[in-house]
Write a protein that binds this ligand. Structure first.
Ligand SMILES: Cc1cc2nc3c(=O)[nH]c(=O)nc-3n(C[C@H](O)[C@H](O)[C@H](O)COP(=O)(O)O)c2cc1C
Length: 184
């Protein structure tokens, strides 16, 4: 299996870190792009280094590298995850502004009919945000804000994060252990 993963500058960099770690464990061939804003947010929110993230993946690309293989539909893959996804990147994709590798690769993912999952993180949402997300959903993207489930009785932040990570990976038929609702 081959996936493109992008980290953008929204809060919640730990989701991207954990998703990359799980894909590495499952030996998924992963292509990584990190925006400049994501680098900043990553350093604000975590102790994770870019070197560590690069060690988890097959290949790493700069967001400015518009000629990277993943910018073309001829490069076959099984989809793309943007985690976390800023409203800026979500808007670029929704309106076809493909001036970065992340927005171009996402646009290609949609036009080729492959799965695009956006872990969009912003709150509160104004009507422009909501219209953007509706547009993305109508274009075929999976819009999946990282909203915690509390029926699992999480004890740690990592419990909350991993529940969402499991949900993201399941959209690509990758299973990791997680609590499930089994009725009352
Ligand atoms: C610490 C930090 C937290 C941020 N959190 C969010 C957020 O949750 N959602 C969002 O849409 N933008 C957030 N931003 C703003 C984005 O980083 C900014 O809009 C940036 O231009 C996004 O660029 P990118 O999509 O190319 O990564 C945050 C910025 C910083 C520095």
């Amino acid at each position: 299996m081959r996936l493109t993963v992008a980290l953008t500058g929204a809060s919640g960099q730990i989701y991207g870190v954990r998703i990359l770690e799980e894909l590495n464990k499952k030996e998924v061939e992963t292509y990584l792009i990190i925006s400049r804003a994501a680098e900043i947010t990553l350093s604000v929110e975590t102790d994770t280094t870019l070197d560590y993230l690069q060690s988890l993946v097959k290949e790493f690309f700069r967001n400015e590298d518009i000629a990277a293989p993943i910018s073309s539909g001829s490069f076959e893959n099984d989809g793309m995850i943007i985690c976390p996804c800023s409203m800026k990147t979500a808007s670029s994709i929704a309106y076809g502004i493909t001036d970065t590798l992340i927005s171009r690769a996402a646009d290609v993912t949609l036009k080729e009919g492959r799965k695009l999952l956006l872990l969009v993180r912003e709150t509160p949402l104004h009507s422009g945000h909501l219209e953007t997300l509706l547009k993305l959903s109508r274009m075929g993207a999976v819009v999946m804000p990282p909203v915690p489930a509390f029926y699992t009785k999480p004890l740690t932040v990592d419990d909350i994060v991993m529940q969402t990570v499991a949900g993201v990976l399941e959209k690509f038929n990758i299973r990791i252990e997680r609590k499930r609702w089994e009725g009352l």
